[in-house]
Design a binder for this molecule. Structure first.
Ligand SMILES: [Mg+2]
Length: 243
């Protein structure tokens, strides 16, 4: 009924862009942060684009996103520390600036969920599957609460848990593996739901039973190339396909 292969017992959902309409908020915060940074160094520098976000930033821990995007422009900054102020010209300082913009935006406009994903989440629970949110976001708990679907989630592996347990972020499979472990199943019994290229790559790397790519920005082919078994534009499509 859920559009998943037999033998799948749990669903591991990425959060931003899969359950909540927050990937666009992240993209906007990154764009403002990077464009200000780039312009200060070189007024002719090309702007941070959606493609930059998809390729180098989306789905990754914040510091990895900063480092990987800047490397794509031939820029290396000192790492700094998580305590760096937002104005610091360090990897952590830039990450901090982005997070402040993100939190302001979320506070002002709240967290929107995808109705189709909420329908799917409820159907999964009613079908007896366990669920986890697996996200690089350090604000996972707050966003889930603000989205109003905490009662549909059995386990959470977010940026806070990732840092505490020393897990590698996506595209490494560690955080999804931790999600499967938290729900007491082998990876082969878990389906991964991801909108990021780094996320479907993590699904492939962890040998999960099924990887669903969620295409919100017109990158279906890239999602398939990076590890998605199937690509949908909204999760409730899986319910339609199953009936
Ligand atoms: Mg995402």
């Amino acid at each position: 009924m859920l559009g998943l292969p037999d033998g799948i017992r749990v669903c591991l959902f990425d959060m931003d862009g899969v359950l909540t309409r927050t990937a666009t908020v992240h993209m906007a915060a990154w764009k403002r942060t990077f464009d200000e940074f780039l312009r200060a160094r070189d007024p002719q520098a090309p702007e941070f684009s959606q493609l930059d976000y998809n390729r180098y930033v989306d789905g990754k821990p914040r510091a990895d996103g900063v480092r990987d995007f800047l490397a794509s422009r031939g820029i290396t900054l000192p790492e700094g520390t998580p305590e760096d102020p937002p104005a610091a010209q360090t990897v952590h300082g830039i990450g901090r600036r982005k997070n402040e913009l993100l939190l302001t935006e979320l506070e002002e406009n709240g967290v929107e969920v995808y109705p189709g994903s909420m329908t799917y989440l409820r159907a999964a629970k009613e079908g007896g599957l366990a669920t986890a949110v697996v996200t690089a976001s350090a604000n996972g708990e707050q966003v889930i609460a603000a989205g109003g679907f905490a009662d549909l989630i059995d386990a959470r592996v977010d940026g806070v848990v990732t840092a505490r347990e020393g897990l590698r972020g996506k595209p490494a499979p560690d955080t999804f593996l931790a999600g499967a472990r938290a729900l007491g199943v082998e990876p082969s019994a878990a389906a991964v739901f991801e909108d990021a290229l780094a996320g479907v790559a993590a699904g492939r790397a962890g040998d999960f039973g099924f990887v669903v790519g969620v295409d919100r920005v017109g990158q279906a082919d890239a999602l398939k190339e990076n590890g998605a078994d199937v690509v949908v534009t909204d999760l409730d499509q899986l319910l339609e396909d199953a009936t």
